[in-house]
Design a protein around this ligand. Sequence first.
Ligand code: COA
Length: 326
Amino acid sequence: MKTMIIGTGSYAPDRVVTNEDLAGIVETSDEWISTRTGIRERRISLGQGTTAMAAEAARRAMEDAGVGPEEIDLIVVGTATADHCFPSAACEVQGILGADRAVGYDISAACSGFIFALNTADSFIRSGVYRTGLVIGADNLSKLVDWSDRSTCVLFGDGAGAVVVRGCEEQETGSGVIRTEIGSDGRKASVLTCRSRTMGNFLTGTKPEIGYISMEGQEVFKFAVKKVPECIEQLLSNTGTKMEEIKYLVLHQANFRICESIARRLKVSMDKIPMNIECYGNTSGATIPVLLDELNRDGRLSSGDKVILAGFGAGLTWGASLIQWQ
Ligand code: COA
């Protein structure tokens, strides 16, 4: 059994926040942000949560695939920002879509969440446990950002992307998810964190605390430009694939310069690396499926194209998936 991606969808809130808008609240400038990151604007939710964004992206992916809610067996959401500690975003999405036969749960791998979620769905489908799944990457990081911290608040945005995956007999097609590599390094956990919000505890005398995103930017940069190329090379080697066969590297949209460094290390031209960071910023688990949806909808993907999706993020986590477009 092979896992095919049979539909894509994405959603971003309407409200655009430009670099100039941010220069009005912290000491920064369009020039600083755009030259160091490639970001010009991002979408910020005005109260719409991760579940609502995820459900809309999923609805669009199901429409693209021509799949109804009764056909969905599995919903996996890669997110670090579920609206509630419980229930999961996936269960809420299930309820909104009316996918009554499905089972849903979230996966926590921050910006690598979509790749981890895709790997989970692919494993179930390959082994014949489920046939049709929704894999969603959705995040609402604006609620975790300290809007007075210029070193982080300029980087992130809100959004969601989704794919519908379906199991097909191997002989029916050469297309689908070929292989995924994922990894994590907990020794480096402290370089990118967001503490849980706590209410305090009367026994220990601890006070309520609010957690914000905290990051050692240069450490994250160094990690990404080393680990992502290594992971992609491992994926190519494990599948006997040459880089020349790859049409696009769909990379996590965290920073234009990170993508350029990855391209240099892999000796590929930026033509192979589509970007949309200028419009959305870093939407965490959503960046990869949102970009994949754009490529799909504007006709940049043709049958037989080989594409690598690759992400990295807090954990630290990373992952890459080789797919052949149907
Ligand atoms: N506007 C203006 N100045 C800013 C600023 C902002 N938004 N943010 C930081 N600065 C300042 C710093 O205070 C520092 O000033 P100083 O030299 O007077 O101390 C200076 O700019 C350089 O800061 P530094 O952190 O060294 O910048 P950098 O070149 O490393 O760029 C990042 C910062 C965040 C853009 C970069 O490190 C990065 O992209 N890292 C990866 C982050 C990431 O992708 N995280 C998500 C991973 S999923």
